[in-house]
Design a protein around this ligand. Sequence first.
Ligand code: RIB
Ligand code: CA
Length: 306
Amino acid sequence: MIKRPVIIDTDPGIDDALAIAIALFSEELDVKLITTVAGNVSLAHVTDNMLKLLQFWGKDIPVAAGAAKPLIEPLVDASNVHGVTGMEGYEFPEPKRELLVKEHAVNAMYRVIMESEEPITLVPIAPLTNIALLFSMYPEVKGKIKEVVLMGGSASRGNKGVMSEFNVATDPEAAKIVFDSGVPMVMAGLDVGWKALVYPEDSEKMLGMGKTGEMAYCLFKKYRGGSFSTGLKMYDSCAIAYLLCPELFTVEDTYVAIELAGSMTRGCTLVDLKHYLKQDANVKVCLDIDGEKFRKWFLEAVSRCI
Ligand code: RIB
Ligand code: CA
C-alpha cells in the first residue's frame, strides 16, 4: 500500500498527542515532518512536548518549530484545558533534541513539500499561523498540496467564544488566509469534535493497551476538554479519523468565511450552508460523526500504538 505523505502542524496539547500517536502508528500515513506552533501553550512548551512524545514512542520524525504568536494579536493560550506545560498528568523524561531541525517550520514545510514526489496532505490541528505564513511566503507550494485536513472552526457554537472555536479564533487572520487560499480544504470542527468522545470505560480499556494507553489515561485525568466522567473530547483525532476512516463523517461542500471585524463574533467560521453569500464552495465541512463508531475506531487505533 502506498502511504499518504502528510505534515502535521500541532500545539500539543493532550488531544493532539493522541491524534499524533494514531497517525504515527497507522499503516496508511507517512508522517514526513511535524511542525509546532504556539496555541494551547507557548511555542517552547509545545515543541518540548512534541520532542518528548517522539522520544516516548521511539519515532525519529523531524520536528520544526514555527510561530511563537498569532499574526496580529497576542497569544491567549488554553493552559486551563491542557495544564501549564500543555501535557499535564504524565512525567516525560527530558527529550533529546536531535530531532529538532534548525529551520523555521515554514521553511521546513516548504522544503519537504517541494522535494516530495507525491502531493502532500497538510494536517493542521492547531492555530493556522504557520500554514498562513507558508502560503504567503511560498505560494508556489499550493500546487503541490493534495489537501488541507484541519481540526478547527464550527458550523454551530464555539469553545473559545460564543461562536468561535479555539484554533480559528486564536489567529483569525491566519485562518482567513488559509480558508481563502484556494487549496482543497476539509474542516473537522466542533460539530464533530464535540461528539468524538472517550468515556470512562474507554479510558479504563486504554489502561491495558500498553504504554501509550497508560500515558493517555494519566493525561486524561488532567485534560479539561470535556470531563473524564461524562466524556473527553478528542478534537484533533477527528482530523486523523477523516484521513483513515472518512465513512465516520457526514460532509458537505460549502462556502466558509472567517469573521475578522465582528465586535462580538471575531474568529467565528461562517459556514454558509444556505448559500446566502453566493460564493463558490471552498471547504468540505464535517457536519456530523457517528460517535459510537468513532469510539470503536479510536480504541482500535490506540491499541495499535506501543
Ligand atoms: O478547539 C479544539 C482545538 O483547540 C484542538 O486542536 C485543541 O488541541 C486546541 O488546540
Ligand atoms: Ca491542537
